[in-house]
Design a binder for this molecule. Structure first.
Ligand code: PMP
Length: 405
């Protein structure tokens, strides 16, 4: 049977929500990133080269031989009790006090985002988010037919006054706002961190306007200088639902993340999670437990951050050298990304093909907005390539820009 015939056979059967799923702009350029000699400023992959891989292989062997068949069996829908408890200790680093039973383990924090959206949003409900925001969150929200309204940021993160006025006008238009989705630390893609003095203001605005906060914090422990900022969750534990992940501090391939939520939400998250995956991977959870208890994981994170800091510096220097006059960029103090604003009139969507032809790939700014915006902006990820490649990548980017004009 031909592909066309198969397509027409099923087309009319898809649910309305199927149209909400689009190819992720980040995953689309993934293939290009794999081409020989291509420098990727696109994907936010953590650099795993510092992990003690031989010892981790021994650890995996021990996990399976010690836990035996339990490691290969179904487990609790909430996650293993051991991992739930360890996660509370990790969150304590950012000042969070939590009980293990409030932790829902998920197959990556992406799954947590999807579960929260499913539980809270009817089609047409509004989710507030930073502009720009995480591509994967936009994909989830759009797939579940939420109405995404983005609020501008400056170099101190989300602007509280704009959040207030946006909420006011949405309410005046009769909209139902379910939650604010925010990445306060080392924002993906903006690279900015929400200023401490704004955190209380934002928490207060959301509480008084009856809007929940979904705090997505996969990068919080990745500051270049080893400092941590207290999570929004510490300011209003009842109204803030917190998402965490082992993807950036250990391994994204194991797919282990978590949601910290008040009990009534946590219980429903478990039910929704069970309907999707029955339980998180028991083996992955045991590997994470073993890594966290058996290795100096914080030392590993510190060492990785020193590498990221140097790579970030290399990008900052190269941008100053190779970008056209009038270009600005954020100065991250942690995480994986910087956000670049080119002079008006340069379209980063139009720049992508010439850039690829010059051997560098990036994600255009428009990918980080639900509605047309970010035309002259782009994200640069500095987490994965070496300092030399990053410099060369930015040089190629600058050269590709010249071909546009
Ligand atoms: N939130 C943000 C802001 C991210 O950058 C990512 C990964 N790129 C995720 C969530 C998803 O992470 P995980 O691997 O835990 O699903």
């Amino acid at each position: 049977m031909t592909e066309i015939a198969t397509a027409s056979l099923h087309t009319h059967r898809f649910a309305d929500r199927a149209d909400g799923y689009h190819p992720s702009p980040v995953r689309e350029v993934f293939e290009v990133s794999m081409q020989p000699n291509m420098i990727s400023l696109a994907g936010g992959n953590p650099d795993l080269t510092g992990l003690p891989i031989g010892q981790i292989a021994d650890m995996a062997h021990t996990v399976i031989s010690e836990h035996g068949l339990d490691a290969l069996q179904y487990g609790s829908g909430a996650g293993t009790p051991e991992l739930q408890a360890l996660i509370t200790q990790i969150m304590a680093v950012e000042g969070i006090t939590a009980q293990p039973e409030n932790v829902q383990v998920t197959s990556g924090s992406q799954m947590g985002l999807e579960l929260i959206t499913k539980l809270f949003c009817n089609p047409g409900d509004v989710i507030l988010a930073e502009g720009p925001t995480y591509v994967g969150a936009l994909g989830t929200f759009e797939g579940l037919q939420a109405d995404i309204v983005q609020v501008a940021m400056d170099d101190k993160g989300l602007v509280p006054e704009l959040l207030s006025t946006t909420i006011d006008s949405l309410k005046a238009a009769g909209k139902t706002i379910k939650f604010l989705y925010t990445i306060p630390n080392f924002n993906n893609p903006a690279g900015t961190t929400l200023a401490v003095e704004r955190r209380q203001q934002i928490v207060d605005i959301c509480r008084s306007e009856n809007v929940a906060i979904v705090e997505d914090n996969p990068y919080g422990l990745l500051s270049f200088d080893g400092s941590y900022t207290a999570a929004l969750h510490t300011l209003d534990p009842e109204n803030v639902i917190y998402l965490g992940s082992f993807s950036k501090i250990f391994s994204p391939g194991l797919r282990v993340g978590w949601v910290l939520a008040p009990e009534e939400v946590r219980r429903r998250l478990q039910l929704a999670a069970e309907a999707t995956t029955i339980c998180p991977s028991v083996l992955s959870q045991m590997l994470v437990e073993s890594y966290i208890t058996g290795f100096d994981w914080r030392q590993h994170v510190r060492e990785a951050c020193l590498v990221y800091a140097k790579r970030c510096d290399a990008v900052m220097t190269a941008l100053a050298e190779f970008m056209p006059a009038g270009t600005t960029w954020t100065k991250p103090s942690g995480g994986f990304f910087t956000w670049i604003t080119l002079p008006e009139g340069i379209s980063t969507d139009a720049l992508l093909q010439p850039a690829i032809a010059s051997g560098v790939v990036f994600v255009p700014g428009s990918a980080f907005f639900a509605h047309p915006a970010g035309e002259n902006q782009l994200r640069v990820a500095f987490s994965f390539e070496t300092e030399e490649s990053l410099r060369e990548g930015v040089r190629r980017l600058g050269a590709a820009m010249k071909t546009l004009r």
